[in-house]
Design a protein. Structure first.
Length: 273
């Protein structure tokens, strides 16, 4: 059931894309309450979820390669590769231009799956908020492993069976062979039911991702790879302040929905649902 401003709502088909309408009908028919502060909040979340799916599918087509940190590479016109294989945005490049270049010149880039996941998150957000807001929020970008700017405000919850398109999920390979540590798991973006994008594997069903990971276990292992219960997604409510139809780029306040816990540790912000 979808709740907007504390009230159940009836949605009208012509106001939504095919993608949005299909998933909103799924939510309406579930017993779980999906709570939104306003119709603008609801529209923004599903616009961003669609943008995240588009970013993942686009990255899969872009020509980027899979590589370890030691062998990572980037376009030197936009990024500096540091000593540990991360990409630091050049001072004369805007965050929006730096992120866009990964899709435009994918053949110049190679990285592992955690970095790819964060890149998809940035790409999806860029497609849904104003460019000036994106550049203000994500200055001095560093693309490296699970390092991400605190203004993505990633939220973590349990319940992989409730995951929605655009959510990040992790397939773990507990008995990975020590000869192939890069296959200890796969960070993925959910695209639709049981279909995921994972950098290095591509777009595949959940069982196919598990089958691939199982090829890289140590000899004699009987413990299969599996989908973990953890789900991660950006704070849609927070980011909706920077939607393309909004003029507010202030970042001082920190809205938190009912039932969320907000924690700040040093320069990082975390929300736990």
């Amino acid at each position: 059931m979808i709740i907007v401003a504390n009230q159940p709502v009836e949605l009208l088909r012509p106001e939504w894309s095919d993608f949005e309408w299909y998933w909103l009908q799924q939510l309406q028919n579930r017993p779980t309450r999906y709570v939104y502060q306003s119709m603008d909040h609801l529209r923004f979340e599903w616009d961003l979820r669609g943008s995240l799916v588009d970013a993942a599918e686009g990255l899969d087509r872009s020509g980027v390669s899979f590589a370890s940190f030691e062998k990572s590479r980037c376009n030197p016109a936009y990024w500096n590769r540091n000593a540990v294989g991360g990409f630091e945005l050049k001072s004369n490049v805007t965050p929006a231009d730096g992120i866009r270049d990964i899709w435009r010149n994918g053949h110049l880039y190679a990285f592992e799956c955690a970095t790819a996941t964060v890149i998809v998150l940035y790409g999806g957000v860029l497609g849904s908020i104003r460019e000036d807001a994106f550049n203000a929020l994500f200055r001095n970008l560093l693309l490296f492993d699970w390092h991400y700017d605190s203004d993505l405000r990633l939220i973590e919850k349990n319940g992989s069976e409730t995951a929605l398109p655009g959510d990040v999920l992790y397939f773990k390979n507990p008995d990975v062979s020590p000869e192939t540590p890069e296959w200890q798991g796969e960070n993925t973006i959910m695209l639709r039911e049981n279909w995921y994008y994972g950098h290095g594997i591509g777009i595949a069903r959940g069982e196919d991702i598990i089958r691939t990971l199982n090829q890289f276990r140590f000899p004699g292992s009987r413990v299969s790879a599996y989908l973990m219960d953890m789900v991660i997604y950006p704070d849609f409510y927070y980011l909706s302040r920077f939607a393309k139809n909004s003029q507010n780029i202030a970042t001082g306040s920190t809205p938190v929905l009912p039932g969320q816990l907000y924690v700040r540790l040093g320069g990082s912000r975390y929300i736990r649902s």
